[in-house]
Design a protein around this ligand. Structure first.
Ligand SMILES: [Zn+2]
Length: 125
């Protein structure tokens, strides 16, 4: 019985000693530390964070673009680093549906509403 108490006491002592000196406990004990998401991000998320820090809020060109002239001579340019991209056209301002079409590199395409679009090469991030 006495040996059991000694072992439990040693286990508690070693557990409490280990928990106060481990890197994780020091990390949580330091309340001034604020993790930087850039340090933990990797891959495409890290590229997005770096682009946002550089002032580019839409690094992958996914935001809605207001159409320009959209004629055959001046088509709406859509950027992509891929060979093709799915593009949606809201044909009329009060339309409740989107007409989707695939655009291919350096190929102009006309939507059913008459607006022209063209996919242009963009260098990847
Ligand atoms: Zn359209």
């Amino acid at each position: 019985m006495a040996l059991q108490r000694v072992l439990v006491s040693l286990a508690r002592r070693s557990f409490s000693t280990a928990s106060t000196t481990s890197p994780m406990s020091r990390l949580f004990a330091n309340t001034d530390y604020t993790p930087n998401p850039l340090e933990h991000a990797s891959g495409i998320e890290k590229k997005q964070l770096i682009a946002e820090l550089a002032g580019n809020d839409d690094p992958f060109d996914v935001s809605v673009v207001k159409r320009g002239a959209c004629t055959k001579d001046q088509p709406q340019v859509v950027l992509s680093c891929n060979h093709e991209r799915l593009v949606g056209c809201i044909c009329e301002e009060d339309s409740e549906s989107v007409v989707w079409m695939w655009l291919r590199q350096n190929e102009s395409k006309r939507c059913a509403c008459g607006y022209w679009f063209k996919l242009q090469k963009k260098e990847p991030l």
